[in-house]
Design a protein. Structure first.
Length: 321
């Protein structure tokens, strides 16, 4: 199909307009200034002061600041709550940005001292499989502590401590990982190793010692009990914090008998002190005088021996020396 002269001019004009438009767009893009995006910032946590390794981080030690997102280190903390109450894993310097690698939760991995409750003490007592509840006590369980000792001729068992937290059994300071129900039934007997029980129950261990969390007064009672006699643990149920009043048990009471009396005879008992009337001063009472025997009359002297001498009509009585 052949175009007329007029149609050819029209098509050429349309093509020229399109080409001119494309050239304009290209040239404008080359000569225009590109738009620069605004820099993005993030809030990060920084140290206000030097923090030593293993120090507990407080709210006064840290603060927040704005930082370009490209300059923020990987894992940077963004809020005080992510660090307060945790331990400094390494030495932290003032103005340093805190990251997840700089802090850690309190755990026995840094040492048992970091898991002892405030105001308490860690005390270790020697045990055996019987006194240690057969190895079923594990860290963070709670127990009662009983002691048995001899007092004179009477054997006594007394509960001295109740609801005490176990910090460690032997050298183990954390609870074992939970086992699935299909893992039960496997047991090992090597010392220091654990064995699972039927149904995936917590594993038992070879009991040698237990470290308990006690107050300073309780620590004294615990150590004295271990010196006087044998110590046993009694495992408490979870979330049972009820304290009961116990008087202790003796071997005489166990069989329903009265212990032998140690009272002195009545004639050797101390005399009761006199009771003073109300209002009288409580002065020491004077010693009561002891009765003295009445004086006995002196024996009468024996009469002297005499001799009667007769001289004629005279008589004379002569005393013989």
């Amino acid at each position: 199909m052949r175009l007329t002269r007029r149609q050819a001019f029209t098509v050429a004009a349309i093509i020229g307009v399109i080409v001119a438009g494309l050239v304009y767009v290209v040239l404008k893009g080359q000569t225009g200034t590109p738009e620069t995006p605004e820099p993005q910032t993030v809030t990060v946590l920084v140290a206000k002061q030097d923090i030593a390794q293993y120090d507990a981080i407080t709210s006064e030690m840290v603060g927040t600041t704005e930082m370009a997102s490209q300059a923020a280190p990987s894992g940077a903390l963004t809020a005080p709550g992510q660090a307060v109450g945790k331990l400094a894993q390494t030495a932290i310097f003032a103005e340093q940005t805190l990251t997840t690698a700089d802090v850690s939760e309190r755990s026995a991995a840094q040492g048992l001292t970091f898991v002892i409750p405030q105001g308490m003490r860690a005390v270790t007592v020697a045990l055996d499989p019987i006194s240690g509840v057969g190895g079923f006590v594990i860290p963070h369980d709670r127990v009662d502590v009983l002691t048995t000792f001899q007092q004179g001729e009477v054997a006594i068992t007394k509960t001295i401590l109740q609801n005490i937290e176990v910090l460690a059994m032997n050298e183990q300071t954390s609870r074992p990982a939970a086992r699935g129900s299909g893992d039960g039934g496997t047991q090992t007997s090597d010392e220091g190793t654990q064995s699972s029980t039927e149904g995936g129950a917590p594993a038992t261990m070879q009991v040698k010692s237990a470290t308990l969390s006690v107050s300073p007064d309780q620590a004294q009672a615990l150590l004295l009990s271990g010196f006087k006699g044998a110590i046993h643990l009694a495992l408490r149920p979870r979330q049972d914090d009820v304290l009961v009043s116990l008087t202790g048990q003796t071997d005489w009471a166990l069989v329903g008998l009265e212990p032998p009396s140690d009272e002195k005879p009545e004639e050797q008992a101390a005399q009761p002190q006199p009771i003073m009337p109300p209002g009288w001063p409580m002065y020491p009472q004077p010693a009561q005088p002891t009765a003295t025997p009445a004086p006995q009359p002196a024996p009468a002297p024996e009469p002297p021996s005499t001799i009667e001498v007769i001289r004629g009509g005279d008589r004379e009585v002569v005393t013989v020396e």
